[in-house]
Design a protein. Structure first.
Length: 177
């Protein structure tokens, strides 16, 4: 029952992320059609973010406790879980920082994941969830290292994802080792 509840929470998070990214892409396309400067900005932002592969700062101080991808469940045989990001164990109320400059395109409360923020970096997106406090709003421009929230929850784990348009990427590949 607990696994089913966690799976439902994860699906709600995935659906919210996909909906927000889809809406942000449509909005970017509409702006692009009204002028070439917007297209150049999106391309430049994406190129800048792509150039940071393996060099992004960590969004929060801590240790990765759940890796990206599909994994065997630690307690149940023949049961697998999928993580679309990484989970970082950290201190209670630890500050969460934007890993790269961009624009907040989504802010939503998701049961099981608390507050979630999505920041666009051209055609790339970073997702920060399990925040008990957020310090930015949709439409805000953020800078690299800007405090955007605080971690909350029973486990003090921040969930972090990286997307390229609709494709999920392994965040561990993007942050500094």
């Amino acid at each position: 029952k607990n696994l089913e509840e966690k799976e439902q929470e994860r699906k709600k998070l995935d659906q919210a992320i996909e909906r927000i990214i889809r809406a942000a892409a449509i909005a970017a396309q509409e702006k692009a059609e009204s002028g070439t400067n917007r297209v150049e900005n999106v391309v430049n932002e994406a190129a800048g973010f792509k150039g940071m592969l393996g060099q992004l700062p960590w969004p929060v101080r801590g240790t990765i406790v759940k890796q990206f991808g599909k994994h065997a469940h630690p307690e149940y045989a023949n049961v697998f879980t999928t993580n679309n990001g990484i989970d970082i164990q950290t201190a209670e109320n630890a500050t969460v920082k934007a890993v790269y400059k961009g624009t907040v395109v989504g802010k939503q409360f998701i049961p099981g994941y608390q507050n979630m923020l999505i920041i666009a970096h051209g055609s790339y997106y970073t997702v920060y969830s399990n925040l008990n406090v957020t310090m930015v709003n949709k439409g805000d421009k953020v800078t690299t290292g800007q405090i955007i929230g605080r971690v909350g929850g029973k486990k003090n784990e921040m969930h972090f994802e990286v997307w390229k348009e609709k494709q999920r990427m392994n965040p561990a590949d993007w942050i500094r080792k």
